[in-house]
Design a protein around this ligand. Structure first.
Ligand SMILES: [Fe+2]
Length: 307
């Protein structure tokens, strides 16, 4: 997966769906934007090392939100460097109060470590990354502390999980609240005012179809508003894949029992499908196998999606 220089000494590091994409500004005191998933830290460190970024000299980590796939390297890098860490004020509050629920870590069984958040970001702030100036835009819905970073001069948008090219990040109403759909819509409408040439998303490749991607996301929201079951089905599909990325190949026989112990699986089926756990499990697994997103081999089940 690629590493791209997107502005002078500012690099985009593409990862998969277990680790979010991240960024590094190469300098005497490097600045990082997001740090991947904890279990993938060796790869994160390798990619940064390839760029000549010395982790012991990092001055600042900025996180687009505090989900586990974006903050996984924070604690380790902070221990090495003593760097500052900046989050939107809501995320800073979650970290300071050690709220493993609002961060989604506990709900989805993600691995993550608390760290020390030393700086607060707010909507409208200017974030200076070396010579590059980014506007901080609060864009909640997927995550209540979600921000995107906009560089007007380069016409670059670091969109994190607020805007993807062909898909939408998972919506967790159980944590984000029943108004989350409307928060997502408002966040997308905020972005519409920007002049963007290239979008660097939290997952997936960079893309130039900024307006098309917003249109697609809004269309998906309309579907969700008309048929709430779609929210549940999409969540189950996405989180089952994410769960298999975390766990690797698992024995299929015990997997349903395992999922029944996870908050997200049981609650989502309760919320949207009246507790039909077994039927919903079969439907989602069969759908994902048909689409070759999951595969079966030697009584095990695994995903073909890249980490
Ligand atoms: Fe993410």
């Amino acid at each position: 997966m690629s590493t791209l220089e997107i502005a002078k000494d500012l690099f985009f590091i593409e990862r998969g769906y277990l680790s979010g994409n991240h960024f590094a500004y190469r300098a005497e005191e490097p600045v990082l934007i997001d740090t991947g998933y904890r279990s993938e830290f060796a790869e994160t460190a390798r990619r940064l090392d390839d760029l000549g970024v010395d982790l012991s000299k990092v001055g600042l980590i900025v996180n687009t939100h505090c989900h586990g796939d974006h903050i996984g390297g924070n604690k380790i890098i902070q221990e090495l460097s003593g760097c500052d860490t900046a989050l939107h004020k809501i995320g800073k509050h979650f970290i300071e109060t050690k709220d493993s629920w609002a961060t989604w870590w506990k709900y989805y069984g993600k691995e993550a470590d608390f760290f020390t958040c030393t700086r607060t970001l707010e909507d409208g702030d200017t974030l200076q990354v070396g010579p590059h100036e980014f506007q901080v835009i609060h864009a909640p819905g997927h995550a209540s502390d979600g921000i995107v970073l906009y560089n007007r001069k380069e016409r670059i948008l670091i969109s994190s999980d607020v805007l993807w090219e062909n898909n939408m990040a998972v919506l967790t109403m159980r944590i984000e609240g029943n108004g989350a759909l409307f928060s997502v819509r408002e966040s997308l409408e905020k972005l519409e005012a920007l002049d963007v040439e290239v979008v660097y998303p939290g997952h997936g490749k960079p893309f130039t179809t900024f307006r098309g991607a917003i249109r697609m996301s809004k269309k998906r929201l309309d579907t969700y508003l008309q048929d709430r079951d779609q929210i549940g089905t999409d969540l189950l599909k996405k989180m089952m894949v994410f769960n298999l990325l975390m766990n690797g190949a698992v024995e299929e026989e015990g997997y349903f029992t395992y999922l029944m112990r996870m908050h997200w699986f049981r609650e989502t089926v309760d919320l949207y499908f009246g507790g039909e756990y077994g039927a919903k499990y079969d439907e989602i697994v069969n759908y994902l196998v048909r689409r070759d997103i999951l595969r079966r081999k030697d009584n095990k089940i695994f995903t073909t999606v890249k980490k």
